[in-house]
Structure formats: C-alpha cells, structure tokens
Ligand binder design. Structure first.
Ligand SMILES: Cc1ncc(COP(=O)(O)O)c(C=O)c1O
Length: 307
C-alpha cells in the first residue's frame, strides 16, 4: 500500500479476478453519483483476462467470439491515441482501464504525455483511472509499479503474476474513496488473502522494491534491448522494430514468430510470440547479462533460416 500511494488492497487468486474486482469498484463508485455512469473504456489490443467481464474489457475480438452475449458498458479506443479517447469520454464514463505497458497486444509502451493526458481526461469527467499492471508491474519495468516510470498515478492498480513469485495471487489496490463504495459482502472470495500466498508475496515485497534489485532490472533490461537492437541491425528484413523497457521487451518481426519460438525452445530457451509476430521477452527479473547473451545467440543462430 505504501508503495502504491493508494488506500486499500483486496487479495484474490488471479489477474482476471483482480481486474474483475477493479471493474466492480469502478461501477459501484460511479453508481453512487449516477446509476447511468457505467461506461468503461479500454484499449484495442489490450488483455485483461478471461472471465466474462474481463474478456469483454479485453480489446481483442477473437477472445470474445462464442461467449456472447457480453456485458454492456465497454467500449474501445486505440492505445496512445489521446484524441480518440477524448472523443469517447463524457459524464457517463465510469472508468478508463489500460495496461500501463501493453504486453499481450505486442509490447507497446505509452507515448510521451499519453498517460498524463489520460489522467487529465479522467479527472475532467470524474472517471476512475485503472492501470492493469498484472504483467508490467512488480518491478518488470525497472520501477515497482510501471506507472512510477511515467509519473502518473491511477485510482486503482491491479496486480498478479509476479506478486507472489509464482504462487497464485491477484490483487487490486484502490483509493480509500473508491473503496468506500464497496459495502461488506459486495466482494469476496474463499481463498483471497490466504496466508500461504500472502507469505510468498511478503518475500517479493521485501525484495523487489529494493533500489539495487530495480537497478538490476533497469540495467539488464537496457543490455537486453541493446542486444536486440544489434540483432535488428543484422537482420533488418526480419526484425521491424524493437520495443519495451526494463524486462518487458518485444521484437516485432516481418514474419509470423511461432516457428522461431519453437526453434529457440529446441535450443533450450523459452521465449514467446504474441500478436502473431512479436517475439516477447519477459524473463525472470534475476536474469543475468550472460543469460541474455545465451538467449540472444540462440535467436541469432535460428534467424538465418528465415531470411
Ligand atoms: C495485462 C494482463 N492482465 C490480466 C491478465 C490475466 O491474468 P490471469 O491469467 O492471472 O487471470 C494477464 C495475463 O496474461 C495480463 O497479462
């Protein structure tokens, strides 16, 4: 809580559950002033989970197919397009929900000024700003919360993945003001806040926020990105762009990436391809420069086959 600068945390078991809770808080909070203030804007290409509300929040239609009717009150804007967001916001906007750094959609960082602009629009229309940091949070960006990197504070932040170092957990942290809209019984879950997961999260919270730990993420991340940029120089016909920050990095290819992922796996490293053609690198935060060298040389070995 101290790290987030927010007021109250609720613990659940997964990322989707954290986002589901954040959506409920935003709706309940807005409902107090206007029962029709319910619209939640999210980004195309986002990923927020696979429950019915969070897959609706997810701005990728292939996740929606076959699950209709989907809940009302969600609409989508292009990430990094402030003018489009402004055109869709009004007094009925309940919340804007964004990944601080888009992961699943292809590793997109916020353009300079974008998140500040989103914050201002949320303030103007009394809408809550929800940052989904399930992938980008817990030190991955080089800051404990990725939003610290961009100097913009949300009203609600959601966490999961790294929060308990692999033990299942999810959490949303909200302002006291928004939390006050939730009454006893409005939200809950059997295993939420269980001692095992919270003990594991305490170890993460004792470790990851430390300056030297985050400095390592920042420096090994810069090293990794520089290596990927070198690969791009070597294979300009295959690597279109290298993106990301800290240890959430992506290399956009000119071809589908699945076979490259399999070739690298056969050499002994797990990488991943998202959005069809973006090699995504979200390694353990303790990765060393030597291990980065190993992975990059595996990729270097397999790429000539695709030229
Ligand atoms: C940004 C983001 N939000 C939400 C989720 C959903 O988390 P979970 O799979 O724990 O439900 C994910 C999972 O990949 C994610 O990356």
């Amino acid at each position: 809580m101290k790290l987030s600068g927010l007021g109250k945390a609720f613990f659940g078991n997964s990322g989707a559950e954290a986002n589901e809770g954040a959506i409920k808080v935003a709706r309940k909070y807005a409902h107090q002033t206007d029962p029709e203030k319910s619209m939640i804007l999210t980004a195309w290409n986002s990923f927020h989970g696979r429950t019915i509300a969070t897959l609706t929040a997810t701005g990728q239609t292939h996740y929606h197919e076959g699950f209709g009717p989907l809940p009302d009150g969600f609409d989508y804007v292009h990430y990094n397009d402030l003018a489009e967001l402004e055109s869709k916001m009004n007094d009925k906007t309940c919340a804007v929900m964004l990944e601080t750094i888009q992961g699943e959609g292809g590793v997109y960082t916020p353009a300079p000024g974008y998140l500040e602009g989103v914050r201002k629009l949320c303030d103007k229309y009394h809408a809550l700003l929800i940052f989904d940091e399930i992938q980008a949070g817990i030190g991955r960006s080089g800051k404990f919360f990725a939003y610290e990197k961009y100097g913009v504070k949300p009203d609600i932040v959601t966490l999961a993945k790294g929060l308990a170092g692999g033990v299942p957990i999810g959490a949303f942290i909200t302002t006291n003001e928004a939390a006050a809209a939730m009454k006893p019984g409005d939200h809950g879950t059997t295993f939420g806040g269980n001692p095992l997961a919270c003990a594991a999260a305490n170890v993460v919270l004792d470790t990851v926020p430390k300056a030297d730990f985050l400095a390592h993420v920042e420096s090994v991340g810069s090293y990794f990105k520089a290596k990927l940029l070198k690969l791009q120089e070597k294979y300009p016909s295959l690597i279109k762009e290298v993106r990301g920050t800290g240890l959430i990095l992506g290399a956009e290819l000119t071809i589908p990436g699945r076979d490259i992922v399999n070739d690298v796996l056969a050499k002994g490293a797990i990488i991943n391809c998202t959005a069809g053609n973006v090699l995504r690198f979200i390694p353990p935060l303790i990765i060393t420069e030597e291990q980065v060298d190993e992975v990059v040389s595996m990729i270097d070995d397999v790429l000539p086959k695709y030229c």
